[in-house]
Design a protein around this ligand. Structure first.
Ligand SMILES: C[S@@+](CC[C@H](N)C(=O)[O-])C[C@H]1O[C@@H](n2cnc3c(N)ncnc32)[C@H](O)[C@@H]1O
Length: 210
């Protein structure tokens, strides 16, 4: 992850700002609403109940949905101020830890919920480490977002980055690449839920333990 961004997430000011980010403009409220809609659909396919790791928990944005599915949730994040934001909203056990070396025993959770982390990871070895950690910890499912290369929004961005140079390319994956990589780490791609491909490359993948 970009050093500037991780430092922001790890600061009190940055964590407070993130907690309020999706209330600030109608566009953000709309994208938050749409993400919740997609996550609700995907969670329904994961079944109710069981122990779930919400990592990174950030400010606990999806707490209400996780609660409504009857999950017993553990929150984990690399940032203590972010964990404080989660703790202010949800009575979950909270653990400070890195996605690349999570401090839990094998098969501790029925499912892992990993929102808005992967599109910040630009090192492919780190991405594979994340998939291996997810496969190690889950007994059943992993829900994880990524930025999909083959979305209109991303292709426009790629073109601008190449020709106009007013944008940096996003860290994206193709579905085939995602499928291949998760398979090599002991997971199987079951389904992809697109969010709003015209407006965001963000997509949600439902993975199962292979
Ligand atoms: C964009 S926020 C997403 C938060 C939450 N999942 C959401 O969707 O609202 C990214 C989060 O990743 C956390 N983070 C960054 N690197 C991490 C790592 N290596 N391990 C665990 N958490 C990390 C940050 O502290 C921050 O809370």
């Amino acid at each position: 992850m970009d050093t500037h961004l991780i430092n922001r997430y790890r600061s009190t000011h940055g964590a407070e700002a993130y907690a309020d980010k999706y209330n600030q403009t109608w566009m953000r409220r709309l994208s938050n609403w749409r993400e919740h809609q997609i996550v609700a659909r995907a969670l329904a396919a994961c079944g109710r109940g069981g122990r779930v790791l919400n990592m990174p928990s950030g400010a606990g944005r999806f707490g209400e949905l996780l609660k409504s599915q009857g999950f017993s949730v553990v929150g984990c994040d690399i940032s203590l101020p972010m964990l404080e934001e989660t703790g202010a909203r949800w009575p979950w056990p909270l653990v400070e830890g890195s996605a690349f070396a999570l401090p839990f025993k094998d098969r501790t959770f029925d499912g892992l919920f990993i929102m808005r982390l992967m599109h910040h990871i630009n090192d492919s070895n780190e991405r594979l480490t994340l998939f291996r950690e997810a496969a190690r910890l889950t007994r059943n499912w992993v829900l994880i977002t990524y930025a999909d290369y083959h979305t209109p929004k991303n292709l426009i961005r790629e073109t601008r980055a190449r020709w106009i140079k007013d944008r940096k390319p996003k860290i994206t994956l193709t579905r085939e690449q995602l499928e291949r990589e998760v398979r090599s780490c002991g997971l199987r791609l079951e389904r992809i839920y697109t969010v709003s491909p015209l407006f965001t490359p963000l997509a949600l993948a439902l993975l199962r333990k292979a």
